[in-house]
Design a protein around this ligand. Sequence first.
Ligand SMILES: Nc1nc2c(c(=O)[nH]1)N[C@H]1C(S)=C(S)[C@@H](COP(=O)(O)OP(=O)(O)OC[C@H]3O[C@@H](n4cnc5c(=O)[nH]c(N)nc54)[C@H](O)[C@@H]3O)O[C@H]1N2
Ligand SMILES: Nc1nc2c(c(=O)[nH]1)N[C@H]1C(S)=C(S)[C@@H](COP(=O)(O)OP(=O)(O)OC[C@H]3O[C@@H](n4cnc5c(=O)[nH]c(N)nc54)[C@H](O)[C@@H]3O)O[C@H]1N2
Ligand SMILES: [Mo]
Length: 632
Amino acid sequence: MLALKHHKKVVCVKGDTENPVTKGFLCSRGLKDPQRTYSPQRVLYPYLRDGKKPNGRFKRVSWEKALNTITVRLKKVLREYGSDAVLHLEYAGNMGLFTWFVAQRLWYAIGAARTDYSICSKSGHEAIGLHYGLSYGAQPEELLNMRLVVFWGFNAVVSSPHQWFLAFKSRKKGCKIVVVDSRKSRTAKKADLWIQPKPGSDVALAYGVARYLIENRKIDFKFISRWTVGFEEFKKEAMRWTPSRVEKYTGVSWDIVKEFGENYSNLKPNLIMIGLGFQKSFNGAEAVRAVSLLPALIGIHRGFYYSNSQGWSINLKLLTGEELTNKKFLTVSQVGLGKVLEKGRFKYVYIYNMNPAVTLPNQALVWKGLLREDVFVVVHETHWTETAKLADVVLPAPTYLEKEDVVISYSHGYIRKSQRVVEPLGESKDELWVTRQIAKKLNLKNKWLYKEPWEILKEALGEGFVEKLRSGKTLKLKPKPKNEYQTSSGKIELYSTKAKKLGCTPLPYQPKIPKKDFLVLLSSALSTYTHTQFQDVYGLIPSIVWINPKDAEKHGIKDGSQIILYNEYGNIRLKAIATDAVPQGVLWTPKGGLDLDKKPKNQISPDLTQKIGGGPVFNSTLVKVKPANFST
Ligand SMILES: Nc1nc2c(c(=O)[nH]1)N[C@H]1C(S)=C(S)[C@@H](COP(=O)(O)OP(=O)(O)OC[C@H]3O[C@@H](n4cnc5c(=O)[nH]c(N)nc54)[C@H](O)[C@@H]3O)O[C@H]1N2
Ligand SMILES: Nc1nc2c(c(=O)[nH]1)N[C@H]1C(S)=C(S)[C@@H](COP(=O)(O)OP(=O)(O)OC[C@H]3O[C@@H](n4cnc5c(=O)[nH]c(N)nc54)[C@H](O)[C@@H]3O)O[C@H]1N2
Ligand SMILES: [Mo]
């Protein structure tokens, strides 16, 4: 992205036409970055809470006062409770190497507790890892030369428009697009073939496809014997998935499975784009495992894309300082954080790059925990989020346009320096500056805490590379070879020995789909928001829920009327949209955001974790529904 400097104000942001993947295209959020930068919602000065929380009142203070307050309290907590009582909590609000990673050095020097970063993609990474070693797959550019692209649980039109456009270009040359999605997503609408499995049944569907390929000798025997282990065990399991069993689990007719199998084996090269979205369910990691194995059957090395973050050789543990300290630190579940916060396990929580008071599941516990009087909460934010409003101290952060950084994509390998184009707004200070001020005030002596970020980057990426980067050149990270498998056998393990050691089934596992007393609530992205961001530009994330007209009728809910969704975690009130885009038994709501009573919708999302990788189960949220009573 290239921002244009004009009278020291950002007037527009334009896509980088030299980037071979994005080719100058900006999505609806990138386009509005100037508005978001100058939004009235910006945090521009340090603030201390004024009175009891959560009254939402803050008083402006100087940086000196804010820094003193947060260090005095930090020292007290360290002295009285030890470093395990201090938690730093962050995610990918800004994926910059300096902003996100290098700024963590303070916390590693102290030995503070951290989370397992399981909220987004971790389960799927570990799932693929069981069979392939590392989880990287195809490069986005490869989408340009495909004869078939499958978007599986991946609403790319919305969530990854750049990759969608590359696939769309292929399509103009005759490439077929298959979408596997439980609801009629925007991507499903554009598909040549839309397959609609019941939520959580993708393992059964993948086995069905595998069975069809094996039975009809559409597999690549040579490749299988050279590059895989465990085919006999895999085959045995796949053959247990008879057409009627697959139909029963998935709701997809065998004719469709056949059509998919035919296309998948005939149209090569092809690529399966595996969504991060459908991975966030009780059986998500298992589904990712199953889908990722299909390319191996037809003889394609890593014929999938999930995320390439494990495909670059960059030492993040060096950047964060994790590798430089011998301090022990506690790691807690990010998905299950509410439970731990609520019990008062942490007395000091330092949050940046994340809006956990909206985006984590089981919000009632998250709020209870953050609102405890004995818990001190510091939030370093660009904007006044729900989380910032719960803090004891709020610190102003510059946006990416106001600081230097280097961002690595999780899909393509092109990187260039992210330039500072305007001075930080108000009194905002970047993450590195703030954590170093705290380190100084704590009198920490570790030299690596105070090293220049560009010098640190040289250690991680090599001197020559970083010099070129710093001069403004666009560079390309070298992807790892696709025919390299970091498993103990060095091959694709269809039957995973690692899974066995971890106490998981060596083959992807499909549990029974629970009986239908409940509806399943799915949630996913809208084009105009990045999670909870851009509501100051595009208005609030709509508090709506899609419901099938038959379900609506059954529960006495009219299109456009208010509806209560409830379960053991709580209840939320939304506006019902009756639509065939969701099948019976399934609901859908935009992810993030608040309900009509301004409560986080994630109030009703379970904080259960997946066995593989500890990931979330947002898309396995079981609820009951009833019409809302206007008088309450
Ligand atoms: N505009 C925008 N783009 C984003 C983001 C954003 O907030 N806004 N966030 C980014 C981030 S952090 C992430 S993790 C990615 C996520 O991006 P995606 O991987 O595309 O995930 P979702 O947007 O959740 O869409 C998942 C799709 O899976 C479907 N689905 C749900 N359950 C099942 C199931 O059991 N089986 C099948 N087959 N389908 C199912 C849903 O209906 C939905 O259409 O998006 C990234 N891109
Ligand atoms: N129901 C439901 N909930 C979900 C999901 C779902 O599918 N369904 N998806 C989950 C997933 S995949 C993810 S990744 C999470 C995302 O959860 P979060 O990471 O909490 O999502 P964001 O709202 O993007 O919060 C990022 C915050 O970082 C701030 N920020 C941006 N740039 C900077 C910066 O330079 N410096 C600082 N200090 N702050 C900055 C933004 O203002 C914003 O408040 O949500 C999860 N929650
Ligand atoms: Mo995510």
